[in-house]
Design a protein around this ligand. Sequence first.
Ligand SMILES: [Zn+2]
Ligand SMILES: [Zn+2]
Length: 648
Amino acid sequence: MVNITFPDKSVKEYRDGITGYEIAGSISPRLAKEVLSITVNGDLWDLTRPIREDASILLHKWEDEDGKHAFWHSSAHLMAEAIEILYPGTKFGIGPAIEQGFYYDIDLPVGIVLTDADLPVIEQKMKELAYSNEPYKRREVSKKEALDYFGKKGDEYKLELIDELEDGTISFYSQGSFTDLCRGPHLPDSGRIKAIKLLSLAGAYWRGDIKRKQLTRVYGITFPKQSQLDEYLDLLEKARERDHRKVGKELELFTFSQKVGLGLPLWLPKGAFLRDRLEQFLKKVQVQYGYEPVITPHIGQKELYVTSGHWEKYGKDSFRPISTPVEGEEFMLKPMNCPHHCEIYKSKPHSYKELPVRYAEFGTVYRYEQSGELHGLTRVRGFTQDDAHIFCRPDQLKEEFIKVIDIILYIFKALDFNDYIAQISLRDPEDTEKYMGSDESWEKAEKAIIEATAEKGLNAVTVIGEAAFYGPKLDFMVRDALGRKWQLGTIQVDYNLPERFELEYIGADNQKHRPVMIHRAPFGSMERFVAVLIEHSGGKFPLWLTPNQVVIIPVSEKFNDYAEKVLKFLNNYDIRTLIDERSEKVGKKIRDNELKKIPYLLVVGEKEKNSDSVAVRIQGEGDKGSMQLKEFAEMIVRETEDQLKKAD
Ligand SMILES: [Zn+2]
Ligand SMILES: [Zn+2]
């Protein structure tokens, strides 16, 4: 017999060799139907694997990441089986579950190229295989056996993977006619996969190495119920509508040019306006919080980054150093602003009384990304951080954290990010060797972060072992209107750079001390933040931020003069207004301007001209009736102010 301990600590006795599936069945038939995988003594297992010793278990259903993971990983195997049947001779790279679904990297037989039109065919084959309810069978194999199997099959990718494994740790999973090298866990059978959709194709270098063969990556997603797939596809469609690359084009915010270079965004006038407005907004808050703006160049001597340690991190795999006519002189495009700010701190002596010092800069940095990794504004090669570095005494850490949290929450409110998660990353107490700084400083800093988040009432998740080697941190993730998670602002303690740059202040004891450095960027970067903002709002920005607040639509050319008058009037109130003077029908002008997401549309004709009024339409909501010009202007000013006040 074996003793099985459940998550609620209750213990039950079962026969030796009982499986997770059978345990679930002993609790309820419904649970047996819903359960997807099991954790046994901390390891993820298949439900069908016999348990031969006393164990603590955790059963995973769909709701649980580990359950989904087994489901999607099993689906990747099912897809591979279908592909092998349809395209015999295909070789397989890796096929993992990902955050949303799964993929498999495949090397198709010579002469075969997959297109989107092939996806439904593979999908259909997968459905047939799922319907036949094939069990996933695990088998432990010796290294020799594994090499023999894939050697005979001629799959050099699997052979390479097996080569790196230790004998005695290798397992195969088979379902139907397909066998894969795999650690598992998998579903008991493919019959649970009820809804299948293959989503897209992409190229992917074997092991992410551009020097190696490019394989075909097939993405897909599956669900236990058709209704879940329908819901997902609906969400995907909405996400497509809001894709910042699409909306950015429609609203003329930014563009890319092959000639300028991949991953280097060009901000169009409206996008530049939006970005500038965000910068002004943050600059204003920062002044209130005692930040001092600084400006530093886009390049720095290689030695600067050798000192900071960034040469080691970005030197080899990023943009190559820039040389000059002087022999031996080398510069780097700056990958980080911090080294420059350290040198600014060092430009004069500091006493404990003048700390904290807070230097802020919208600093543009450059980091090389492979062309395949680039994505709109979220993965670029040059971007501007809303960066600042705080140099403070250890006893000031908590207060400084509270202040930065205040700024971040203010921004979230002003921009309607109401759903956010804070994550505290601490060091691994079992492995303190790998971290910079004394135990005492770490304990102090971690305590400061934990207390600061608690005092701000943040419901923070704490993750042990996720801290950087140079200090603990606090990250903010927002959930957008479609429920997708985005990583935004970050606050990070650093014991490393003050050491490397030998930063000092004179303490009350007249002795030299090291300040603590905090890196913080509430937006993260302007590029990424604007992208997230677009995906969150679908391009419908808050009134205070949007480039054009009002568009005037004269019903015919006869009223262009009156439109001009309205424009001047609104400009006096600093309301950002434009006129659509095209000689199009009113209906068409309304439709076109609706698409530009301008919040207010004012239609003007004879009646409005004679009464100094405007016919007001709200974007997406339609006609709101007539208003006196002055009344309208005052309403817009009030609405703008209220939006920003709400965040205070
Ligand atoms: Zn696998
Ligand atoms: Zn920094």
